[in-house]
Design a protein around this ligand. Structure first.
Ligand code: AVJ
Length: 321
């Protein structure tokens, strides 16, 4: 039986899709949204008027640059390590300031995608060529571990975009613990947490009028079709967003509009959808100070500082050991 399961799948994607679609209730993991198309759709999301997160964090970094950078600097300079850099639009604000102030630092963006890193390096070479960039291809924790064995100077770890929001609290604590383990006493984590706010504002951010978020969510089906030989018709699924103001959890679903049979060739899997049967696809957790403090402390970290936008929609915290 074990052997059977082992040979059945030729990738983690295959195995995770199989597990998710044969579970009850059904789910797919949001990390698989991000193929080339998904990356592009997320870039488009960041430009949406409804997706306030990006602008809020941009405002925080712009309005508090000096204050923030003052916390970063160490006596022997510092390494600025960014986990999941994306296109670096927000980080460039900080980098520009660091360069202008002639500060002694290296910028080490970490990403699993070599392609994304090379794009970022290219755009930085154009826009702020003075930035000492050393791209780090790999998983977050392998790279962090590697960096902390070879480096002794102060590490400032950046996690922007409320990326932690895709994790259930338990997994968020594990994520923070992993970071905590590679931090020395002078190191810090600068991390964004989207805040609880009017529920409608949150629902709108994840259900934009132009349908970009819908396409982003449905990219899971598109990807299963193209990579695993699936026959999903994305039009026969509804993009549905919910927000629970008590727990702060925004949850995305794909809901079958009709009675339908789906076949996924490389999984040798046939599944049936009743009308209104669901696939859960993503969580985007919203926080308040008390929950952030609780997460930090569970991971062995302390909240040392906090910066916010004028509406208190979004906050960037500094965690130390
Ligand atoms: C990249 C996880 C921060 O949850 O807000 C955007 C992803 N999903 N719109 C988020 C996302 C739908 C985003 N994060």
């Amino acid at each position: 039986m074990k052997n059977n399961i082992k040979t059945r799948f030729s990738s983690a994607f295959e195995e995770d899709v199989f597990t998710g679609l044969t579970s009850n209730p059904r789910y797919l993991l949001s990390k698989y949204i991000y193929d080339k198309k998904g990356d592009k759709l997320f870039q488009d999301i960041m430009d949406l008027p409804e997706y306030y997160l990006t602008n809020c964090e941009f405002d925080i970094l712009r309005n508090h640059t000096a204050e923030i950078v003052e916390k970063f600097t160490g006596h022997e300079g510092f390494d600025l390590i960014e986990l999941g850099a994306g296109d670096g639009k927000k980080t460039k604000l900080l980098l520009k300031y660091l360069v202008d102030q002639n500060l002694d630092f290296n910028y080490l963006p970490v990403d699993i995608s070599q392609n994304a890193l090379e794009e970022l390096e290219k755009s930085l070479k154009n826009e702020i060529p003075e930035v000492p960039i050393k791209i780090q291809q790999g998983t977050y924790f392998e790279t962090l571990e590697k960096l902390s064995t070879f480096n002794t100077r102060k590490k400032v770890i950046l996690v922007l975009g409320s990326n932690i929001g895709n994790l259930l609290h338990e997994n968020a604590i594990d994520f923070l613990k992993h970071i905590q383990e590679v931090m020395s006493m002078e190191d810090m984590l600068f991390i964004g947490f989207d805040q609880k706010k009017h529920p409608q504002k949150i629902l709108d951010a994840y259900n934009d009028a132009s349908g970009v978020t819908e396409a982003f969510n449905k990219n899971l089906l598109v990807r299963i079709n193209s990579e695993l030989g699936g026959n999903f018709n994305p039009d026969q699924f509804l993009h549905w967003e919910t927000y629970n103001p008590e727990t702060g959890t925004a949850k995305s679903f794909l809901v079958s509009k009709i009675d339908q049979d789906i076949n996924i060739e490389s999984l040798d899997l046939k599944i049936h959808f009743d009308p209104w049967q669901t696939i859960h696809t993503e969580i985007s957790q919203k926080y308040d100070d008390a929950v952030v403090k609780w997460l930090a402390e569970k991971a062995g970290l302390t909240v040392a500082d906090c910066f916010m936008d004028e509406n208190n929609y979004y906050k960037n915290y500094i965690f130390t050991k």
